[in-house]
Design a protein around this ligand. Structure first.
Ligand code: ATP
Ligand code: 3PG
Length: 408
């Protein structure tokens, strides 16, 4: 039995309310196209092609932040990916929204306004409390079913994520089902051979928490990025100097020092640290230094070095599964992309099960001409991916699961 009821199980001619995650980078006030649109388009297209009436809800940013804006621009980008019109109404659940929902014909697609513009959406609360908000009580009776495709927001207990599945029969969309299967594979430990995790990026506290929680479900951790330098510090090397204007190292070092030292002590054999690092030399070019030669914290290291890339190659090729969380360097700058790209290339060349997660890190695949099809799964989730890796239940997903068990 599959974990969820999916959109393939929907009764014919349903009126469906569909939660997507279209949260995107905003530049000059406009949403920027990204993988989320492309992935969700498949769910929307399949629902519309099946003749359902499709109403979409999604969020953008948070009140008080620069990226908190209307979904008007998102509708056009989504329409291009779906290959159908996506009507937009600048209302979440008022008269205008209700009239537009009422007017839909079979196969029509309508996007409502940013859910976070509705006061009932954000404060986190229990599913029962969220189901009892005016937002959910007003919209739910207009639909036959609720579809959750917003895997990457499933760690939030917001009305559109946990309220509607209490009020309506709930189904998983294509993105939800695919992301769930791939990202929980490591927690379910469904591999016979070695499992490797590549750990990097700037959110050291998050990834160190994952390393701690995963314990021996992972055989080898290959480290880089900020987390990697914190482990090198714990091993006695004076690294971890911030670029001007950043505070990535000292605070995260204080917060994680005990955990890092404990992991090194307990799982030292499983941890591979960089043997060399790259920095910006006096002439502006990439320069490298063996970690053993670093005796003063004078340079900001922006990538792992070429010996490290070579060291990480064999463990990747010997693995049954490789999970990536975070970049090994500042790959946005071509001079410091070797670590991230080298590791991704090695993974792409093997036929192991591979998952690349994190919005930033997965951008490197397109930037450096790698083929997404060479990876088993490229996740569009950030916080939800981190939690899924360790098997932590995500509230919105638990509700879909209960629906499959016949509960509410
Ligand atoms: N040594 C370093 N110093 C500063 N930044 C670094 C370093 N190594 C990697 N990075 C940065 O880490 C970023 C990617 O990691 P991040 O922790 O943001 O995670 P992500 O998992 O890709 O994304 P998200 O969690 O935001 O979806 C890249 O943008 C890269 O520039
Ligand atoms: O972009 C994301 O990671 C998700 O949409 C969750 O957004 P949030 O962190 O603002 O809740």
């Amino acid at each position: 039995m599959s974990t969820f009821q999916t959109i393939d199980d929907l009764p014919a001619d349903s009126r469906v309310l569909v939660r997507l995650d279209l949260n995107s980078p905003i530049e000059d006030g406009e949403p920027q196209d990204n993988r989320r649109f492309e992935r969700h388009a498949r769910t929307v297209r399949d629902l519309a092609d099946a003749g359902h009436r499709v109403v979409l809800v999604a969020h953008q940013g948070r009140p008080g932040r620069d990226d908190f804006t209307s979904l008007a621009g998102h509708a056009g980008i989504l329409a291009d990916h779906v290959g159908r019109d996506v009507e937009f109404v600048a209302d979440t659940h008022g008269e205008e929204a209700l009239a537009a929902i009422e007017a839909l014909a079979a196969g029509d697609v309508l996007l409502l306004e940013n859910t976070r513009m509705c006061d009932d959406e954000l404060p986190e609360a229990s599913p029962a409390e969220k189901a009892d908000t005016e937002f959910v009580r007003t919209l739910a009776p207009r639909f036959d079913a609720y579809v959750n495709d917003a895997y990457s927001a499933a760690h939030r207990r917001h009305a559109s994520l946990v309220g509607f599945p209490v009020a309506l029969p709930a189904y998983a969309g294509r993105v939800m089902a695919t992301e769930y299967e791939a990202n929980t594979a490591i927690a379910r430990r469904e591999f016979d051979g070695p499992v490797t995790m590549v750990v990097g990026g700037t959110k050291a506290t998050d990834v160190i928490g994952v390393m701690d929680a995963l314990g021996d479900r992972v055989d080898r951790f290959l480290l880089g990025g900020v987390a990697g330098e914190l482990f090198l510090r714990a091993a006695g090397h004076p690294v971890g100097r911030d670029l001007e204007g950043m505070d990535l190292f000292d605070e995260q070092w204080e917060a994680n020092r005990d955990t890092v030292e404990a992991i090194l002590e307990e799982r030292g054999d499983a941890i591979r640290l960089a043997s060399d690092l790259a920095y910006e030399g006096a002439d502006g070019d990439r320069a490298e230094v063996p970690v053993a030669d670093v005796d003063e914290k004078t340079d900001a290291y922006l990538d792992v070095g070429s010996d490290t890339v070579a060291d990480y190659d064999a463990p990747i090729r010997e693995s049954d599964a490789v999970f990536v969380k975070g970049a090994l360097g500042v790959f946005e700058d071509e001079r410091f992309a070797d670590g991230t790209v080298g590791v991704l290339e090695a993974i792409a060349e093997t036929d192991c099960f591979s998952v690349v997660g994190g919005g930033d890190t997965s951008r490197a695949i397109g930037m450096y001409g790698l083929d997404e099809d060479d990876f088993s799964h490229v996740s569009i989730a950030g916080g939800a991916y981190i939690r899924a890796l360790t098997g932590e239940p995500l509230p919105a997903i638990e509700l879909l699961r209960k629906a499959d068990d016949g509960g509410t």
